[in-house]
Structure formats: C-alpha cells, structure tokens
Design a protein around this ligand. Structure first.
Ligand code: SF4
Ligand code: ZN
Ligand code: ZN
Length: 318
C-alpha cells in the first residue's frame, strides 16, 4: 500500500496570495497559508502583539532569553527582523547554562550558531559562576531530594533569577521570553488549580521602579506555528529532552488543553482573554518588599531564589 501523494490532496491555494500551495491550515479560522505568506503572517502577529500590549519601546535594550530550543531561537529571529525598523533599540541574547550534563552542550552550540548568523551578541551565564554549583551536582548528590525540590523547581527559580542578574549586568531595559499561547494558558490554569494567591498577568510590560519587565511577544502565537516558523527559517535547535523532564501537573494540564483546543479551536484565545479581563479587576499589591539578600522584589523577607541557594550551599558544605 503506498501513501497518498500530497499533490492529490485537495488543499486548494493559499488564502492570502491565492497563488501558491498552502502548507499550513489554521483550524480556528479556516485560513490556509503558503510558506511565504505564513512567515509574513507570523511576523505580523508578533508585531501586533507587541503593539497591542505595548511590550517594547522604540529605544529599548532588549535581552532575549535563549535556551537553544525552537521557541527561543524563533523569538530571537523574529525580533531581529522586527527590531530592524527601530534603529534606536538594541537586541542582545543571554543563555543561562544550568549545568545539566551533556544536555546543555547542544543548546549552547545552536544558540551560538543562530546568534552568530544574526550578528547578535550572545552572553553566557552559568549556575556554576553565579551560584557556585551546577544543577547536575545538586541532583546527583541527592541534595534536591533532601530539600524535597524537583530539579525543575530549582532550575526554574534560579534561571529566572539568573536572567535578572544578566539583564542588570548588561544594562537591558526589558527581558523578552519565548512563552507561547499554550505556556501562558497552562500557567494561568495551573495557578488557578493550585490556589495561587498572587496571580499576575504573564508576559506583559508591568513593573515598578527598579524592576526589569519581562515580556512575552509570542503570547498570542500557538506553539505549532512557532515550530513551523523555526522549521521554515531553517533554525537549528535542540530537540532532545532534558534528562530531568518528568510527568508533572503541567504536563497533564498541557495534554488536557491541547486536546480541548483541538476539539474546540480557538478556546485558548478565549480562555486567555477572559482570564486576563478577570485579572485586571483583582487589585495588585502596590508595594513589594525587597529581598534582604539580593534586593530584588519579593513578597517575602528573603526571595525564593536566595532561599534555595542558601539551603543548597549549606548542604554542599556538609
Ligand atoms: Fe530545567 Fe526542568 Fe527544563 Fe530540565 S526540564 S531545563 S530541569 S526546567
Ligand atoms: Zn501565499
Ligand atoms: Zn534574593
């Protein structure tokens, strides 16, 4: 039995140019796009997201957080294209090396390759230099288990903190992260189910004095479109999974939302906009404390990152 040749499938023509063969079908709108129109449409959506939420300013020094995966390298490429229209803005990239044996080597290689091609400065920071230990040391020595912390929790909290440190050292005015539509929706639902008290909008330009805002220009772009853009642009990326990935509550939420959005296309957009309208009505704390150790904003006396670093260091000494 041979597979049906692609040309026999009735895909029609691209809804945008009306000439070329489509390679992408957007289920919620019924639009079909050829590679050229898909790339244009992808960029247009990111531009619209930036302007709708006022994520970036014409003279920003933008630090893009890259991990070596498709989302962050696609973000770097699309911001590079957009930023060319804003001569007063600057784009630079930071990669945080958590020290995950073997896994991060490819991430470093791909990030360097893409940054080099785009002629963007890539700054590398490591847990080892910033905190004195690697994630693998913490996990393999049993310290993570002793602290009852999953590697992803340690990794997420310390990477976030490392990015702030990187942004301060590099004089960035904003940090751009590659959170997609699915990432934002998953986090909102996860926060709801965990009964999170301080729910805040994700990836929007907020911030009080001395806080470097974190924005997510892909917050309205579905993950599969980011993957297709990376593929069409020939962006090399790390496709292996991290050895510490595990089945988490987030994975269950991700699977549920993926299935739901497949059955009812457009649901994620509806969820995001309704949830953010509700969030707008919740008063946000006007004043935040400053961590007694690092001085970054926190709602505790010592921020979670400093607390984790202190606990790990005290166990490493033993
Ligand atoms: Fe870090 Fe977990 Fe992601 Fe691995 S899977 S890079 S440990 S957050
Ligand atoms: Zn087209
Ligand atoms: Zn701190």
């Amino acid at each position: 039995m041979c597979a049906q040749p692609v040309r026999e499938l009735d895909l029609g023509v691209c809804s945008s140019c009306g000439r070329r063969a489509p390679i992408y079908f957007r289920r919620y709108s019924g639009v079909r796009l050829c590679p050229t129109c898909f790339k244009e449409d992808f960029m247009k959506r990111v531009r619209r997201t930036i302007s709708r939420y006022e994520l970036l300013r014409y003279d920003d020094r933008i630090l893009v957080a890259v991990s070596g995966g498709k989302d962050s390298l696609a973000l770097l490429k699309v911001l590079y294209e957009i930023e060319r229209d804003f001569p007063k803005s600057e784009l630079l990239a930071a990669l945080i090396d958590e020290g995950i044996d073997s896994y991060r080597l490819d991430c470093l290689r791909f990030s360097r390759e893409v940054a080099n091609t785009l002629n963007i400065e890539l700054h590398e920071f490591s847990f080892k230099d910033l905190y004195g230990f690697t994630l693998s040391e913490v996990v393999e020595s049993g310290i993570a288990e002793k602290l009852k912390l999953h590697p992803c929790t340690i990794c997420g909290v310390l990477r976030r903190k490392a990015l702030i440190t990187a942004a301060r050292r590099l004089g960035a005015t904003v940090i751009a992260t590659a959170h997609t539509l699915e990432d934002v929706a998953q986090t909102y639902l996860l926060n709801l189910l965990r009964g999170e008290k301080n729910m805040r909008p994700i990836g929007l330009r907020r911030g009080t004095e001395n806080v470097i805002p974190r924005v997510a220009p892909l917050r309205l772009t579905p993950q599969r479109e980011v993957a297709l853009y990376a593929y069409l642009e020939g962006i090399p990326f790390q496709s292996r999974s991290c050895p510490y990935t595990h089945e988490s509550m987030r994975d269950e939420i991700r699977n549920f939302l993926t299935l739901y959005d497949y059955r009812y296309p457009g649901s994620l957009y509806a969820f995001l906009s309704t949830f953010e309208r509700i969030l707008e009505k919740i008063p946000q704390p006007a004043e935040v404390n400053r961590c007694e150790i690092c001085g970054e904003p926190t709602d505790r006396r010592i921020c979670r990152a400093c607390e984790i670093v202190l606990s790990i260091k005290s166990l490493l000494k033993d």
